[in-house]
Every structure is written in structure tokens, then in C-alpha cells.
Design a protein around this ligand. Structure first.
Ligand SMILES: Cc1cc2nc3c(=O)[nH]c(=O)nc-3n(C[C@H](O)[C@H](O)[C@H](O)COP(=O)(O)OP(=O)(O)OC[C@H]3O[C@@H](n4cnc5c(N)ncnc54)[C@H](O)[C@@H]3O)c2cc1C
Length: 289
């Protein structure tokens, strides 16, 4: 493969993996390798020792108590096809099914998507709207980090060196009686497959029996240094129906929530417009059932 790598270590359990990472500060975890191998090949990353976390049993997807728990090594393909994810976090299932094309989805993992910390990581917006937390393990214990607090900036997280994401938990919040949960994701790119999002957007809310929205959560990817929640747009929509005036006002308010930059994929002005269009499109779909 001609990679600048001296050794690939294959721990048999989580404890062994954490020890290997703790003992050698130059060691880096690798899951599907779909980001890391590209970075190593392009010499954008230096990682002489890789610790393969693919055989640690971190790929389970299950409802545990009042949370949907997805192992960090679960692939996009398994997430997109999981009945539990489709039921409790359909926006995440949609996002996972749009990461690259199918061969990428069979290797790319949820933990890798989050740890790589691209502002355009497609699983981030639906996890932000779902109020998800990651569990991160280190040799002497583990801690939980809200996904919102995980990202520090483009390509950087608040994980300590050697810390491993082991799972992602999505709380199973009940919706009020008579209400229906809406949970959607949409992304925009120059073509349908194999694209990094120019902008992505997730909306999660309860659609009440009277047609108004409650507990509105909106998150946007690729429109700021990290994936962000959109409090201005959320507050416009709270307690109102998703169509009509609220729909237009929310798309305008969204501009306060984002801070896109010009880059090779799109200028900031295009991203602003695209984010408004995506929100308008999702609200239209929600208001028409
Ligand atoms: C052709 C192509 C198309 C793509 N399209 C998309 C797309 O549409 N949307 C999108 O969001 N991404 C896309 N990607 C990026 C990539 O596939 C995803 O980010 C993927 O989810 C990364 O997961 P991985 O398991 O391959 O991570 P790896 O490459 O193995 O690792 C990525 C980073 O995360 C770290 N890491 C991995 N697992 C853990 C863990 N459990 N705990 C701590 N650190 C960890 C690694 O050390 C590394 O720094 C694409 C990539 C390619 C090559």
C-alpha cells in the first residue's frame, strides 16, 4: 500500500488497545481507515504506529434502557440498515446511507466520522439534534461527552491523546401524547454520491396534534468551523406550524446561527443560501406530512 507506517498493532480487547495507545504516544487508532489512510497517503498526517480497533467488539447497535447505543466501530452500512436506528433516529440512518458510496459505507465507522472532526461529517448534525453523547475510554476509566462538546475546530476534538470513543448514545425521549416525532437529514453537494457535503442539515422535533412544532432542534454541517446547533432558527419555529410565515422566518434566522467560509468546495455566500434552502425544503416536507 506504500503507506508511511512502521507497524500495525492488532489488540484483542479494549484494555489492550488503550494500553498500546498509552504506551506509545506516536500510536494512532485506525477503524475503517477511510479518512486516516487518505491523510497518510497525502502525507497530511504522521502516524508511524497504527492500532487497529476493528476487532474489539465495538460494533453493536442496541436499545439499552432508555437509549439507543451504537458502537463506535459500527459501520455506516450497518447503521443505515439497522431497524433500531431507523425507528429511533431515522435522520442518522439517512445520513449514514449518504456517506460516500456503498463500498465506503461498508468500512467507514461512526467513531471515525466523529473523531476525524470534519465540519462536514454527515453523522454530526443528526447526532446533535438527537442530543447524543459519546462514551470515551482511557486506561483508568471512561467519560461521557455531549457530541456538541466533542468538536473543537476543523479536524480537532476534545479527546485526550490515546482516548478512544467506544460508543454513541442517543436518548429515547418520549413525544407528548398525540404527537409525532419528525427527524430528518438532508445534504447538498455537487452530485448524488461520493460527495463531501457543501452544507448538511438535520431537523428533529415533535409535531403536535394541533400541527405546531415543539422541542425543535436544528443542526447544520459544513457551515461553521464545527457542526453547530441553530438556536435562532429553532426559537422561531418553537410552538408554530412548520409551514407558512414561520418557515420563511426560520430560514432567515438561520443566517445568525452559521458562519461559513469560502473554500474549494463552495463560497460562503453559496453555503448561506444553500443552508436556507435546505431548511426550507425540510420544513416543507414536514408540513406536507
Ligand atoms: C471516497 C470517500 C467519500 C467520503 N464521503 C463522505 C461523506 O459523504 N460524508 C462524510 O461524512 N464522510 C465522508 N468520507 C469520510 C470518511 O469515510 C468518514 O469520515 C468515516 O466515517 C471515517 O471513519 P473510519 O472508520 O474510516 O475512520 P478512520 O479513517 O479509521 O479514522 C479517522 C480518524 O478517527 C480516529 N478514530 C477512528 N476511530 C476512533 C475511535 N473509536 N476513537 C477515537 N478516534 C478514532 C482515527 O485515529 C483518525 O484520526 C468519505 C471518505 C472517502 C474516502
Amino acid at each position: 500500500m506504500n503507506l508511511p507506517v512502521e507497524a500495525v498493532l492488532r489488540p484483542r480487547d479494549l484494555g489492550e488497545a488503550l494500553s498500546m495507545l498509552a504506551e506509545d504516544p506516536s500510536a494512532v487508532p485506525v477503524a475503517g481507515g477511510t479518512d486516516l489512510v487518505v491523510q497518510l497517503r497525502a502525507r497530511r498526517r504522521h502516524a508511524p504506529v497504527l492500532v487497529d480497533i476493528g476487532a474489539l467488539g465495538l460494533d453493536r447497535i442496541a436499545v439499552e434502557g432508555n437509549a439507543l447505543v451504537i458502537g463506535a466501530a459500527a459501520t455506516m452500512d450497518s447503521i443505515a440498515r439497522s431497524a433500531a436506528v431507523r425507528e429511533h433516529a431515522p435522520a442518522l440512518a439517512t445520513a449514514a446511507g449518504q456517506v460516500g458510496a456503498w463500498p465506503i459505507q461498508c468500512r467507514a465507522t461512526l467513531g471515525g466520522n466523529l473523531a476525524n472532526a470534519s465540519p462536514a461529517a454527515d453523522t454530526a448534525p443528526p447526532l446533535l439534534t438527537a442530543g447524543a453523547t459519546v462514551t470515551a475510554a482511557f486506561p483508568s476509566g471512561q467519560r461521557r461527552i455531549p457530541v456538541l462538546d466533542l468538536f473543537e475546530g476543523p479536524g480537532t476534538t476534545r479527546l485526550a491523546p490515546g482516548e478512544l470513543i467506544t460508543s454513541v448514545s442517543i436518548p429515547l425521549d418520549p413525544v407528548p401524547a398525540g404527537a409525532r416525532r419528525v427527524d430528518r437529514f438532508v445534504k447538498l453537494g455537487p452530485r448524488r454520491e461520493q460527495i463531501i457535503s457543501v452544507v448538511s442539515l438535520a431537523v428533529r422535533a415533535a409535531l403536535l396534534a394541533d400541527g405546531t412544532l415543539a422541542d425543535v432542534r436544528i443542526a447544520v454541517g459544513a457551515a461553521a468551523p464545527t457542526p453547530v446547533r441553530a438556536p435562532a432558527a429553532e426559537s422561531v419555529l418553537e410552538g408554530r406550524p412548520p409551514g407558512g410565515a414561520a418557515r420563511r422566518e426560520a430560514a432567515r434566522a438561520l443566517q445568525e446561527d452559521i458562519a461559513p467560509i469560502d473554500d474549494i468546495r463552495a463560497p460562503a455566500r453559496y453555503r448561506r443560501l444553500a443552508a436556507a434552502v435546505l431548511l426550507d425544503r425540510l420544513l416543507g416536507e414536514i408540513s406536507h406530512g
